[in-house]
Design a binder for this molecule. Sequence first.
Ligand SMILES: [Zn+2]
Ligand SMILES: [Zn+2]
Length: 263
Amino acid sequence: MEMMNGGLKLSDELLGTFVPIILYWIYSGIYVLLGSLENYRLHTKKDEDEKNLVPKKDVVKGVLLQQAVQAVVATILFAVTGSDSESTQAHQASVFVLARQFLVAMMVLDTWQYFMHRYMHHNKFLYRHIHSQHHRLIVPYAFGALYNHPLEGLLLDTIGGALSFLASGMSPRTSIFFFSFATLKTVDDHCGLWLPGNLFHLFFRNNSAYHDIHHQLYGNKYNFSQPFFVMWDRILGTYMPYSLEKRSKGGLEARPTKECKEN
Ligand SMILES: [Zn+2]
Ligand SMILES: [Zn+2]
C-alpha cells in the first residue's frame, strides 16, 4: 500500500501490526458502553468488581505493555525477514483463495494456541509465573482479553500469528484483515455478555459463554480452545458443555452440564 504520511510509509506489514491494536481498543470501548446491560451479562457488575484479582487500570497498563512488546517484535521480524509487500501484490487473489487462506490460518492458530494454552495449565511453573496473570480475571471483560504476561503474548499470539501467516500463504495485505478478525474474536470471547444477534455467536461455537467456563475456578481444566473453534477440546476430551440459565436477579449464567473434575 503506497501511503505517504509525513515520510513514514505505511506498509501492509505495519498496518497488520497496528490496525488490530487500534481495533482492540475501539471494539472493547463499545463493550464498555454495553456493559451496563445487566440482562445480557454473564456475571453481575458487582462480581466483576469484587471477584477479579487485579484493578482495571493495571489491566489497561498490562495490555498496552503487551501490545508495545508485540509491535516491536513484529516490526523487527519484518525488518529481518525483509518481506516486501509490493512484490506480492502483483495479482489479486480470488475470493475462494482468500477463504482457503483464512481457514488454514484459523486452523493453524487454533492448533498452536490449544496446545500451548493447555501446556501452560499443565506445567505448574509456567502457570504460576506466566498464564495465571490472565486468570486474575475470573469475570472476563472485553479489554481484559489480551491481559497476559508479555511472554505469553509472544508465545501464543506473535509466534502463533507468524505460523498461521506463513502456513496460509496469505499476502501481508490479507493478514491485516486476518489479524484484525482474530483480535476482534478474542475481544468478543472475553466481553462477558450474551447479546442477541452477535454475529460471532452465529458462526462459532467457541464464544463468550464457552470461554467464560474456562475462566471460572471450576472450569480451568476445560475449554482450552481459542480463539475460533472448539475442535481440539472435543477431540481431546477437554470439552465442557454448558447451558445458559437465567440468574435470579436478571442476566444470564453459563453453567456446566457435566461434572467438572478437580485436577
Ligand atoms: Zn487458561
Ligand atoms: Zn481468556
